[in-house]
Design a binder for this molecule. Structure first.
Ligand code: TRP
Length: 447
């Protein structure tokens, strides 16, 4: 079998790599989290801070991770270990994050599958808040849907880099983009959409609390798939003839475009029908179904919307699983089959716990959070920013910007106009910015 003689694999084309990397980035973070975070944190002001962090920190770390990956041709742990043994733990924290994120990602992916089925059956009858609350807190149904989502993820990863991940991303990403545009057009042309647009686009700086800035930083890491070696892993499957600096611009650009479009799809519709933008995590699962119910041809838009969300979620969950699989394939010589299914089973234990923490186990709290929220908080707010910070220190002061730039330009073969900008960002601006936000969050530095 071809896939077991070369369990590692390679991208078939640069377009495939870009689609897969953008597929990893575009996910529940863009469609589910971004609109509700923007809704909760003052709309336009949050969006502005988010954009600034993408440009200064997001692009910098994206390029750094891709360079580490392609230079070593290894998984997150192996790559750091090869370049400096002292940084092996950064890779380990990354692979651990992959496990933890999938633990709750699978659960939300399962909810999305359930909503597709509900909408195919004509939509949600009765109060969506009651439906959503009842569904996610029950003991078995959400676990079964999460299992379906995990199996779909594992099937794609099992088929390998070009035959699985690349192929799926090349089909799902364009489809997602088209569906999203259709829904945005529907949303912004609804009577009364203007209030939502102005909320989304007019910054209210009084809402820009330190908490909102921490949330924006965590969201940049989560949304761009940074800080856990995902782009190291994907970069390791790339050949030397591709221009990394260009790719590291395109991927954040696409991710940010989708996040902004998701806001345009959701917030105007929410305002048009008189709902609350600050509804939080329930915005997509409670508010939107009400919006679809009050809209002409709403069932059709509902199906389309949740299929779009599913595509986005799967092209992301496969990248999370691949980070974990690449590690055991490279370092322990596991076959892709053993890696995919073996690790998926282990991850599913976390998934069961985080699903149950929404209902039967909701009384089981760690630092005041249920298991689901704990996984989200530990990764988006702690492990990913820490991983990003360490990557900057690693490139800036250990591996060296010159070696990284040499990998990026392939010894001068490719132009790297942003080299000066990137050097300052990776050595000073990004680590200091992430460090300050991090210390603030831990309560060590107050602002
Ligand atoms: N970026 C994805 C999203 O927005 C989630 C994700 C996939 C991720 N791979 C990752 C987050 C790696 C952090 C690290 O939904």
């Amino acid at each position: 079998m071809e896939k077991d003689t070369n369990s590692r694999g390679q991208w078939a084309s640069n377009l495939g790599f870009i689609m897969a990397a953008a597929g990893s980035a575009v996910g529940l973070g863009n469609l589910w989290k971004f609109p509700y975070l923007a809704g909760q944190n003052g709309g336009g002001a949050f969006v502005l801070v988010y954009l600034l962090i993408v440009v200064f920190v997001g692009f910098t770390i994206m390029l750094g991770e891709m360079a580490i990956g392609r230079a070593t041709g290894l998984n997150a742990i192996g790559a750091y270990k090869k370049l400096s043994k002292k940084f092996t733990w950064v890779g380990m924290a990354g692979v651990l994050s992959g496990f933890l994120i999938l633990g709750f990602y699978n659960v939300v992916g399962g909810w999305v599958i359930n909503y597709i089925i509900k909408f195919i059956g004509g939509g949600i009858s009765g109060d969506p808040a009651a439906y959503f609350g009842g569904f996610i807190s029950s003991a078995t149904a959400p676990v079964i849907y999460a299992l379906l989502f995990s199996v779909a993820t594992a099937l794609i990863v099992w088929k390998g880099i070009s035959g699985g991940i690349e192929k799926a991303s090349k089909i799902m990403m364009p489809a997602l983009f088209i569906m999203l545009i259709v829904i945005v057009i529907r949303s912004v042309t609804l009577p009364g959409a203007g209030a939502g647009l102005s909320y989304y686009l007019t910054p209210d700086f009084s809402k820009l609390t330190p908490g909102a800035i921490v949330a924006a930083l965590g969201q940049v890491f989560f949304s761009l798939s940074l800080g856990m070696g995902c782009m190291i892993t994907y970069g390791s499957y790339l050949n030397k003839n591709e221009n990394l600096a260009a790719d590291a611009l395109i991927v954040p650009f696409m991710d940010t475009a989708v996040a902004l479009l998701a806001g345009f799809a959701i917030l105007p519709a929410v305002f048009a029908f008189g709902f609350e933008p600050g509804a939080g995590p329930g915005l997509m699962f409670i508010t939107l179904p009400q919006v679809f119910a009050s809209m002409p041809a709403g069932t059709l838009f509902g199906i389309m919307f949740f299929v779009l969300v599913l595509f986005a979620a799967i092209t992301s969950s496969i990248s999370l699983l691949e980070v974990c699989c690449a590690y055991v394939i490279d370092e322990f010589n596991w076959s892709r089959t053993k890696a995919t299914w073996g690790l998926s089973i282990i991850i599913f234990v976390l998934t069961i716990l985080s699903s149950l923490s929404m209902g039967p186990m909701s009384g089981f709290l760690i630092i005041g959070k249920n298991f689901f929220d704990l996984l989200d908080f530990l990764t988006a707010n702690i492990l990913l920013p820490l991983g990003g910070l360490m990557m900057c220190i690693f490139i800036g002061y250990v591996w060296g910007v010159d070696k990284a730039a040499d990998e990026i330009t392939q010894g001068g073969k490719f132009a790297f106009k942003l080299r000066g900008f990137w050097t300052i960002m990776v050595k000073f601006v990004a680590p200091i910015a992430v460090g300050i936000v991090f210390l603030n969050m831990l309560g060590i530095l107050k602002f």
